[in-house]
Ligand binder design. Structure first.
Ligand SMILES: NC(=O)c1ccc[n+]([C@@H]2O[C@H](COP(=O)([O-])OP(=O)(O)OC[C@H]3O[C@@H](n4cnc5c(N)ncnc54)[C@H](O)[C@@H]3O)[C@@H](O)[C@H]2O)c1
Ligand SMILES: [Zn+2]
Length: 348
């Protein structure tokens, strides 16, 4: 077992991310004698329902319908109702088993119920293990805007077991690889590891690099828990990715990979840009994507709605420059759009 501690700069609080096998017995141990409710989704319940009931007999289970379209206030309040019905109190714990959707909804419910109760996150997708379960951000989508309503709420513990990857469809692995390639663009050691690997989808390889990814994200979050400065580096590729997500129908991770490819093109003209590094980053993102049509760039005005923007007609980008180096850039929308068109020609 590898344990990563996520320390918090401005408080004594910290929590542990355990990268280990046997998630269900670890969860049972972590709950201990406390009253609990397990929150999951319909797909995870279908796959792991028997294991849940075997490990946690008597613990009530509530499963939301799987899918981003159900990451809503309605689902949040349905869960809060189940928590009240199960008689949870401040001495209780919410166990959250699933991908990033379940993690975000469950974490937010834990932050709201009785003004906050403990939660244990057991992420079951690659994306959730390397990204969403670490860092304490929780949210639901609202009024057509992703993650509009949320809170920072740290889990008591995170249990990350690579055995869950065995049931993930390849597309979900690719989704996690989007965030892993992003981390690689920001961390020179991880970049070297990723570029040396032939098969990025190999499950043993992925299990091996999960702790490195968690440690990288944890170190960033620890220095800037509320995204005032350094944590903005984690938005690399994401401004364009969020706009693609609304316009293309591709998954988040696929859009992150395309976002990295398009935004690398912007980075090439910046002082300090390392062209050879950007070539290698591009090749890595393409390998993770495994092909696919280059998304169109009309309809990307949605990029202006991004939460990261601070001025009305400007977009904010976190651009890769060199191994472990990035730049924050603000561009007028017209310039951004022209740059995307040029980047698309280059990528096609
Ligand atoms: N809080 C954060 O910091 C943060 C960071 C990144 C992403 N997110 C959020 O995470 C969400 C995306 O997460 P995701 O990609 O995990 O999506 P997801 O939770 O929808 O999971 C993807 C699919 O995989 C299924 N699934 C989960 N575990 C499985 C398993 N072991 N085997 C087979 N199928 C399984 C799910 O039912 C779902 O159909 C988005 O809502 C995004 O906004 C949050
Ligand atoms: Zn992301």
């Amino acid at each position: 077992m590898i344990t990563v501690t996520v320390p918090m700069k401005k408080s004594a609080e910290k929590y542990r991310v355990e990268c280990r096998k046997h998630a269900f017995s670890a969860l049972k141990h972590a709950i201990g004698g406390r009253r609990a409710l397990l929150f999951t989704d319909s797909n995870v319940l279908a796959l792991y329902g028997r294991a849940i009931h075997r490990a946690l007999p008597g613990v009530p289970v509530y499963a939301m319908e799987a899918g981003e379209e159900h990451k809503t206030p309605q689902t949040l309040f349905a869960l809060l109702q189940e928590m009240a019905g199960a008689g949870l109190n401040r001495a209780s714990v919410l166990a959250v088993l699933g991908g990033g959707v379940v993690g975000d909804v469950g974490g937010l419910a834990a932050s709201l119920y009785m003004r906050g109760i403990p939660c244990i996150q057991v992420p079951t997708t690659l994306l959730a293990q390397v990204d969403s379960a670490v860092g304490g951000k929780t949210a639901v989508d609202f009024c057509g805007v992703k993650n509009l309503v949320g809170a920072f709420w740290r889990p008591e513990k995170v249990i990350a077991d690579p055995a869950f990857f065995a049931t993930l469809p390849p597309r979900e692995l690719r989704c996690g690889l989007g965030e892993i390639v992003k981390h690689g663009a920001l961390d020179a050691a991880l970049f070297a590891r990723l570029t040396a690997q032939d098969d990025l989808f190999d499950l043993a390889f992925l299990a091996e690099i999960v702790p490195q990814n968690i440690a990288f994200k944890a170190s960033v979050v620890a220095q800037d828990p509320f995204e005032k400065g350094l944590r903005k580096c984690l938005n690399l590729g994401h401004t364009t990715a969020h706009a693609f997500e609304l316009s293309s129908g591709l998954s988040h991770g696929e859009c992150v990979l395309w976002g990295i490819l398009f935004e690398s093109a912007f980075a090439r003209s910046l002082p300090g840009a390392d062209g050879e590094f950007l070539d290698r980053l591009e090749a890595l993102a393409r390998r993770a994507l495994g092909g696919g049509e280059v998304p169109g760039v009309s309809g990307l005005r949605a990029a202006l709605l991004d939460k990261k923007n601070t001025k009305a007609d400007e977009v904010t980008l976190t651009l890769p420059l060199a191994p472990g180096k990035y730049a924050l850039s603000q561009l007028p929308f017209a310039e951004y759009e022209a740059g995307l068109r040029a980047a698309r020609e280059r990528l096609c």
